[in-house]
Design a binder for this molecule. Structure first.
Ligand SMILES: *[C@@H]1O[C@H](CO)[C@@H](O)[C@H](O)[C@H]1NC(C)=O
Ligand SMILES: *[C@@H]1O[C@H](CO)[C@@H](O)[C@H](O)[C@H]1NC(C)=O
Ligand SMILES: *[C@@H]1O[C@H](CO)[C@@H](O)[C@H](O)[C@H]1NC(C)=O
Ligand SMILES: *[C@@H]1O[C@H](CO)[C@@H](O)[C@H](O)[C@H]1NC(C)=O
Ligand SMILES: *[C@@H]1O[C@H](CO)[C@@H](O)[C@H](O)[C@H]1NC(C)=O
Ligand SMILES: *[C@@H]1O[C@H](CO)[C@@H](O)[C@H](O)[C@H]1NC(C)=O
Ligand SMILES: CC(=O)N[C@H]1CO[C@H](CO)[C@@H](O)[C@@H]1O
Length: 800
């Protein structure tokens, strides 16, 4: 064994540096906190939460409550409407019973006035609630009664008009565009807000419980639900996390600045572990609303994104705002502020020949119509828009033609939209160009500068400033990313180690954590950027066939992958005959360790893993510079990080194909039960082999059983794929879900997932969807059609 420093010694060394001024207990009258670089804070007895001034990037201090033990000091409550205070501002519990925030000049900024009520002390509780109480512990004021955008376990919203308000942006805590209201009439409603007034504008979701709704509850098990006065559950908003002990995770539910109500979990840093990789909050599914881009359709206002812009749900399930062709950001620093045309609009005495229509399928701006025709051909629709100077966009959908005017609102791009948008842009700028003569290109968007002579030079100057700003900004960004104190592979963050370093890190390859056909994996600890990082060191067996160059190419391909659903490569060693790869260590082991164990992961954890795995595969297939086919997707190769997020590993030994060379034939890779039939038929191997394996894995995730169970009592149940299809066809999906109440109560989703899995395991590779489509189906963005019988796939498994 290596000499290890006991953990408490670490604390002795580090603690005094990190925690300069945290105090806990009761804060009596006269206590105060002052904003500044060495601000102190009041922490709860467990240390989980703290109250005080948090310095915000934008400049200034936020009086707030935050999660105190994790790296991201996530704010859960803030005072003063999220307005920042200057350095030197002070929050004080005055002798006469006021809890007051003053700026450095003594001007009052915020107050909870409890003078004359017997206020005796303030306390930061372990629940995240800050209370002001009398000497007999009667609570006079508590932060839980004045929520901002976040709810914590045990916190409630009462039907007396309790609200959550979204913040303005990720880093600006002042009131934003959305509100969740527990109304006095019993209805729980998500609204958009008419800024800068605070009146509600448009309801985009409601529980429809007028007359019966009473309270929104976030209970200790993480379940968020709406109850009636008699305690009956009327609507379950979030099911909570049932697999992990709630003592081991932090939870919060937040109405985010994008208008989506999400629940997040975060594994508590365990006291026994050495400092791990930075972790992150991971979002629990489902979210509300599932697709904000298509759900929110305001009558007044721009919709999710700004005017002339459109909204698309990104790969990370978050809405993204985009500009149509021929348009550019009004404010490049804030993509919520909308887009403007880059060309001068059509004047009504101008001929239509100078304009063209750019076609985009599945894009629409509902609510911007000024004219509608039905039963017309597309050509007619195009001509009509081109010759109409008011027409900015035409939408054509099977015989219907809608003409849209500026500003375009509620734009959304989604496969459920249908039809096509025909966006009008100026193509002939020759006459106008003579006046200004300036054309700039930025990315794929063409920026056309046209203005009247008098305004021209000023506009040009502004645009040049803008372009200069963008260039500087990008270069800075790039520079920040590239800095590292270690020898790294060019263009990556991957370190090169020598053999001795890794031998030391693993204590002479002492602790074996995995064994494969090509390699053995050992656990180790590296001292890296002043922290100890636990790593998995993969030691390759003889790789005589692999030339030096191949290994280098392989490494650089893996090193360039970077996705949160892949296990990240930290470094490698190529030292004589020693070839090793160093990965981040996944403390929750592999999916196969937990999926088939007695204590199976909860239904929602499994869904989370299913989506994560699909994202990782989609990335390998479509988003890397070199396409990577994994060839061996199975539960052993899906590892789980601290937050039970799926992380695909072992893609290094897979097939890398150049992007234009999508097929190859080689010896069989992969694992029995998960292998696509084309491996046995000398058919070309494409990314669809991974889709097949994913389909099998998805079935395993749904049913918590292995794809082949030769000892199954019923022969019909031996092959999971076979049995699942039978159950699906006969409408008896509950047979697949023994004793899994959470899944049984979510049977509609189970059915959708089984249908997706059946599509993935079609014997004919061309029938299988791409991973992109799988992901869209999983996320409910597109409908899942009835899958055909995967047919004779069973023979291929048996022929093994
Ligand atoms: C705070 O004061 C209350 C009432 O005086 C008392 O019950 C409680 O134990 C005190 N808590 C701490 C941590 O001192
Ligand atoms: C609590 O406060 C009341 C007046 O506000 C006082 O009469 C009483 O003595 C106090 N009790 C204690 C235990 O300090
Ligand atoms: C935060 O947003 C509000 C409202 O949009 C704005 O008035 C304020 O200046 C912003 N604050 C910062 C620090 O950017
Ligand atoms: C509780 O209240 C709800 C709504 O008001 C009602 O539908 C339900 O029947 C009540 N249940 C009981 C047990 O009283
Ligand atoms: C939370 O609510 C659910 C549903 O009522 C219940 O099953 C669970 O036991 C509750 N948890 C706690 C800690 O009260
Ligand atoms: C563009 O406009 C100019 C001036 O109106 C005209 O002379 C020219 O023919 C047009 N070019 C095209 C391709 O339509
Ligand atoms: C007809 C014409 O000159 N069109 C030009 C207008 O400006 C764009 C922007 O660069 C050019 O691509 C077109 O060729």
């Amino acid at each position: 064994m290596a000499v290890m420093i006991p953990h408490y010694l670490y604390f002795l060394v580090i603690l005094p540096l990190l925690v300069t001024a945290q105090t806990q207990g009761n804060f009596t009258l006269g206590s105060s906190l002052t904003a500044g670089h060495d601000s102190s804070s009041w922490v709860s007895p467990s240390g989980d939460f703290a109250f005080g001034f948090q310095q915000i990037e934008a400049g200034g201090f936020l009086l707030a409550i935050w999660f105190n033990k994790i790296q991201e000091k996530t704010v859960v409550w803030s005072a003063n409407g999220g307005q920042l205070a200057q350095s030197g501002s002070r929050i004080e519990l005055t002798a006469d019973g006021r809890f007051v925030l003053n700026d450095p000049s003594g001007q009052q900024m915020w107050i909870a006035n409890l003078a004359g009520t017997g206020l005796a002390y303030a306390a930061m509780l372990d629940s995240g609630n800050l209370v002001l109480a009398t000497n007999t512990s009667t609570i006079l004021w508590q932060s839980f009664d004045w929520p901002t955008d976040t709810l914590l376990p045990t916190q409630q919203l009462l039907s007396q008009g309790d609200n959550l308000f979204a913040r303005d942006s990720e880093t600006n805590y002042s009131g934003g565009r959305y509100q969740l209201a527990m109304q006095a009439d019993g209805n729980l409603v998500l609204y958009t807000i008419n800024l800068p007034q605070s009146s509600v504008n448009y309801a985009y979701w409601a529980s429809n419980t007028v007359g019966s709704g009473y309270q929104l509850v976030f209970n200790q098990s993480g379940m968020v639900y709406l109850i009636a006065k008699n305690g009956t559950i009327l609507d379950q908003i979030f099911p909570g996390e049932t697999s992990t002990s709630t003592d081991a995770i932090y939870q919060r539910a937040i109405l985010e600045y994008d208008g989506v109500f999400r629940q997040y979990i975060y594994p508590k840093p365990s006291s026994s572990s050495v400092k791990r990789w930075p972790m992150a909050w991971s979002v629990m599914y489902p979210i509300l609303p599932e697709n904000i881009c298509t759900t929110l359709t305001e009558e007044y206002g721009s919709g999710v994104c700004g005017f002339n812009s459109y909204c698309q749900i990104g790969e990370d399930q978050r809405p993204k705002c985009l500009c149509p062709n021929g348009y550019t950001w009004v404010d490049p620093n804030n993509e919520m502020n909308g887009c403007m045309p880059t060309f001068v609009a059509q004047t009504c005495d101008e001929k239509s020949g100078d304009f063209d229509l750019i076609q985009v399928v599945n894009l629409n701006w509902p609510n911007s119509d000024y004219e509608h025709y039905s039963e017309v051909p597309e050509d007619w629709c195009r001509e009509d828009c081109l010759s109409d100077c008011f027409c900015a966009v035409a939408i054509f959908n099977s015989g219907d033609c809608w003409k849209k005017k500026i500003p375009l609102t509620n734009g959304r791009f989604d496969s459920s939209v249908g039809g096509k948008a025909l966006i009008k842009v100026r193509t002939n700028n020759s006459t106008l160009q003579q006046l200004n003569g300036e054309v700039k290109k930025r990315d794929q968007t063409t920026l056309i500068l046209i203005e009247s002579v008098s305004l021209g030079s000023l506009v040009l100057f502004n645009i040049l400033l803008l372009v200069a700003f963008i260039i500087v900004f990008r270069q800075n960004k790039r520079k920040n990313r590239a800095t590292s104190q270690y020898q790294v592979l060019p263009g990556t963050n991957t370190r090169s180690f020598n053999y001795n370093e890794l031998e030391k890190a693993t204590d002479s390859f002492n602790e074996k954590v995995g064994q494969g056909a090509f390699a053995t994996v050992f656990k180790g600890t590296l001292d890296y950027e002043n922290t100890s990082v636990v790593v998995a060191v993969k030691k390759m067996h003889d790789m005589v066939n692999d030339s030096e160059k191949e290994f280098q190419v392989e490494i650089s391909a893996i090193a360039r992958t970077n996705h949160r659903n892949l296990v990240q490569l930290i470094g490698f060693c190529n030292d004589g005959q020693h070839r090793l790869l160093v990965y981040e260590f996944m403390c929750n082991g592999s999916l196969s360790d937990i999926l088939f164990a007695d204590q199976r992961p909860s239904w929602f954890t499994r869904m989370h893993i299913a989506v994560g795995t699909a994202r990782g595969l989609h990335y390998l297939h479509e988003e890397c510079s070199t396409q990577i086919i994994h060839c061996d997707i199975k539960p052993q190769n899906v590892l789980l990080d601290d937050s039970f997020t799926a992380r695909i590993c072992d893609f290094g030994l897979a097939k890398r194909l150049k992007i234009n060379q999508t097929r190859t034939t080689t010896g069989i890779r992969g694992t029995k039960g998960y292998i696509a039939p084309e491996w046995f038929r000398s058919m070309p191997i494409t990314v669809k082999v991974d889709v097949y394996s994913y389909g099998i894995l998805l079935l395993e995730l749904i049913c918590c059983r292995k794809c082949l169970e030769l000892e199954a009592e019923d022969d019909n149940q031996m092959v999971l794929a076979d049995w699942a299809y039978d159950c699906y066809k006969e409408g008896k999906l509950d047979l697949l879900l023994q004793n899994d109440d959470a899944a049984k109560s979510d049977i509609k989703r189970v059915e959708r997932l089984v249908m997706i899995a059946i599509w993935c395991i079609q014997e004919d590779p061309s029938l299988r969807p791409s991973m992109k489509k799988v992901l869209q189906m999983l996320e409910g963005c597109i409908q899942v059609s009835v899958p055909p019988d995967p047919s004779s796939y069973i023979s291929s498994i048996q022929s093994l």
